[in-house]
Design a protein. Structure first.
Length: 334
């Protein structure tokens, strides 16, 4: 039998979330509580906006709670309670230090995160298990991190650990760096990836030639259909008017040129430099399955290595791009 510490009892976390949400709504400490509820498909959740204590039973928790709920916070005027995983909490820290959200307006309910499912990986595993074009019709997860799926004439079990989102395998903060309440126990979070290993894939990629790297990103970006779902899903893309939507001057054309798509992606990557926390929301939202983590994480690593700046780790930090150091090796600024 597994020791309790090795389990991640999702139902206990859900119970704690409901109790905390009930207390906050009953006392009027929050006007709305944002969490997760069951979606309309198996193993799917959707954001829940709960305004009455009687409705907290809608709240759920598990490896399918992948949305980063911090994205909603700049849009709310009143007092908000919100469920945040480790990476989500770091995006909120950035929103607070960038003065987009007031800390005293938000009650943060942190969850010790066991990682979230990568749906493309899971779909591939289930398709292989089902075979012959059959699909899974029902799926659920167990308390100890196993997905059970059933379809016509087949059953499959897939350990969550084998279908985790890539961001979770390099996660350095599964427990939120800031919270008012913690649902569950810190020991139920997944293992922290050591910082010296977190960027091994970036280093390996940088070992390739410049042409090969350019070809890699060109191939990824070529598939972009400019739907901008990645921008909408990112809590840190909050500008009232995005540069891609500007008419004068027009930065990004709509003629499906690779160069236009490059401008969007490189522009967005630069706008999130020193801010991105690798929550994976943009990658999950992309209908084309585009993955630019090697680019965004390279900048995350550079911020850490050159400036000792870890995005979203410190509520007292001055944003990296809003400051300079007199001893900066590049003297062109001064
Ligand atoms: S990156 Fe970390 S905190 Fe975020 S979902 Fe994955 S394991 Fe959880
Ligand atoms: S750029 Fe993507 S990974 Fe980075 S914070 Fe935004 S949504 Fe998350
Ligand atoms: S979500 Fe994907 S397809 Fe849409 S703009 Fe972003 S990268 Fe392009």
């Amino acid at each position: 039998m597994l020791a309790r510490e090795s389990l991640r009892p999702t139902s206990q976390v859900a119970e704690d979330l409901r109790e905390i949400a009930r207390g906050l709504l009953e006392t009027g400490d929050v006007d709305v509580f944002i969490g997760y509820e069951e979606g309309s498909l198996p193993l799917r959740t959707t954001p829940a906006f709960v305004t009455r204590a009687d409705d907290v039973s809608r709240l759920v928790w598990g490896h399918a709670c992948e949305n980063n709920l911090a994205v909603y916070l700049p849009k709310f005027e009143g007092k908000v309670g919100v469920v945040l995983k480790g990476c989500d909490a770091r995006t909120l820290v950035n929103l607070i230090v960038e003065k987009q959200v007031r800390r005293d307006r938000v009650k943060i309910v942190g969850v010790p995160c066991g990682g979230v499912i990568d749906r493309r990986k899971l779909a591939a595993r289930l398709a292989a298990a089902a075979g012959g074009g059959r699909t899974a019709r029902a799926a659920s997860e167990t308390e100890d991190g196993v997905i059970l799926a059933r379809g016509d004439g087949f059953e499959a079990t897939v350990p969550v650990e084998e279908v985790l989102s890539p961001s979770c395998t390099t996660c350095t903060h599964p427990v939120p760096v800031v919270y008012d309440f913690l649902a569950g126990d810190e020991r139920w979070a997944r293992q922290v990836c050591p910082k010296e290993q977190a960027y091994d894939d970036v280093d390996a990629f940088m070992g390739r030639g410049a042409d090969e790297r350019f070809t890699h990103f060109s191939k990824e970006i070529e598939r972009c259909i400019e739907c901008f779902a990645c921008r909408q899903a990112c809590p840190l893309c909050y500008c009232p008017e995005c540069f891609v939507d500007r008419e004068t001057p027009r930065w990004v054309g709509r003629w499906r040129d690779l160069s236009d798509r490059m401008v969007f992606h490189l522009g967005r990557a630069l706008h999130t430099a020193g801010r991105c926390v690798d929550c994976g929301a943009c990658r999950r939202a992309c209908p084309a399955g585009i993955d630019l983590r090697l680019l965004t994480r390279r900048m995350e690593r550079d911020a850490l290595e050159f400036f000792g700046y870890e995005s979203g780790a410190d509520l007292e930090a001055v944003p990296l791009l809003a400051t300079y150091r007199r001893d900066d090796p590049d003297d062109f600024i001064l």
